[in-house]
Design a protein around this ligand. Structure first.
Ligand SMILES: [Zn+2]
Length: 388
């Protein structure tokens, strides 16, 4: 029989893998070495070539549904100036009741906590295979381009007709203490590139030129107000931020021939990519036809409506830390945006205060609490009594 996995010890080991995005640096192999003895069927799924090559893992215990999946990433952001760290960023040291290192909060301890709770759960539920399945979707391409990671694994799962009933993403969702926040959706992100053309000329002869800056200002004017709506019950207002305006004109007596601007829209579910495109084009066309517009949208908004999934994680949090978590959709994007296309997703992990910072760390106690919360979640979700 396999032993209960120690989450703190495993977090240290994972931190010692220098898995700067998109490298897994042995972290995925390490997870497999823990999962296989528990009875998980592990499938490494690699995408991309050369330096773009990304290792991903899909591991499943059991063949029956419901299949609860835990999703996370082993890759981390770079350390920044290593001299500013007071601990080795890849040492995984435990000091002052905390575990230190890059990925401690975001999100190696989350993965270790879920794996620990699963080992505990399976040791108590000998007949679990008759009840359902547990799976892991782990990538090493979340913090970077996120092209060869979860996005492609989700497509692979669809191709293989592999069904996931619901998913927990173990990102550090809590703001200041364990249990304060779960994420039940995320806003979308839309980046626009606008280039306006005019006619270059002498500032003293404006009738012979056409200044594209004048058009650009009018085209973007409505978006200086920043907010596109007032938000909804579940989402903050959608916001537009102009991030760059470029003319490349050093001469004060020349009307430039061209100007470009970049902007980003963080949008809630009152909008879609098409409605945003239509809104922008409608505004731009009122001013001039003489422009080029391109965009990319790497995240559409989503909101989880699976009440059972949300209430089960909430109950587990309440049982362990006696806190009623807030349901949030704030912050940047996460891989939950890809997974939400195939099943309901909630995000819950550690406290995110130090993520991506110098001296990233988490409380060892918080890891222990997270193990208990995930254990309660599993036994409540599958309707068994091991942690009641
Ligand atoms: Zn993360």
């Amino acid at each position: 029989m396999s032993e209960i996995i120690n989450a703190v010890d495993l977090t240290s080991k994972l931190i010692r893998c220098e898995s700067i995005t998109p490298n897994s640096a042995g972290a995925i192999e390490l997870l497999i070495s823990y999962l296989e003895p528990l009875g998980f069927k592990c499938k490494k799924i690699n995408f991309g070539e050369g330096i773009e090559k990304v290792e991903n893992l899909y591991a499943r215990f059991g063949t029956k549904g419901p299949n609860i999946c835990f999703a996370g990433h082993v890759d981390v952001v770079p350390t920044g100036d290593i001299k500013k760290w007071s601990m080795d960023p890849f040492g995984g040291e435990i000091k002052q009741g905390k575990i230190w290192g890059r990925g401690a909060a975001d999100m190696k301890s989350g993965i270790a906590a879920f794996l620990s709770s699963v080992s505990n759960f399976l040791s108590k539920e000998k007949d679990f295979e008759k009840i359902g399945s547990i799976s892991f979707l782990i990538t090493s391409d979340e913090e970077g381009k996120a092209i060869n990671g979860t996005k492609k694994v989700v497509e692979w799962l669809e191709e293989k007709e592999e069904k996931i009933t619901a998913c927990i993403v173990g990102e550090p969702t809590n703001v200041s203490e364990m249990g304060d926040t779960i994420k039940v959706g995320r806003r979308g992100s839309f980046t626009g590139f606008l280039k306006v053309k005019g006619v270059q000329g002498h500032v003293g002869y404006p009738h012979l030129a056409d200044n594209p800056i004048n058009s650009l200002i009018k085209m973007l004017e409505p978006f200086v107000k920043i907010y596109l709506d007032e938000g909804t019950e579940n989402f903050q207002p959608s916001s537009v931020m102009i991030t760059s305006v470029d003319v490349n004109n050093n001469a004060s007596n020349v009307i430039p021939g061209e100007v470009s601007a970049t902007f980003n829209i963080r949008f809630n579910n009152l909008h879609t990519i098409n409605s945003l495109k239509a809104m922008l084009k409608n505004q731009f066309n009122k001013i001039t036809q003489n422009y080029e517009f391109n965009y990319y949208c790497n995240a559409e908004p989503f909101l989880t409506n699976d009440e059972f999934l949300k209430s089960t994680i909430e109950k587990a949090i309440k049982s362990v830390v006696k806190i009623n978590p807030k349901q949030s959709t704030s912050g940047g994007t996460s891989d939950a945006r890809f997974i939400s296309k195939i099943c309901p997703v909630v995000e819950f992990g550690l406290v995110g205060k130090t993520m991506h910072k110098i001296d990233e760390n988490v409380d060892v106690d918080d890891i222990t609490k997270l193990v208990s919360i995930y254990s309660f979640f599993l036994s409540n979700y599958f309707g068994v009594s091991s942690f009641d």
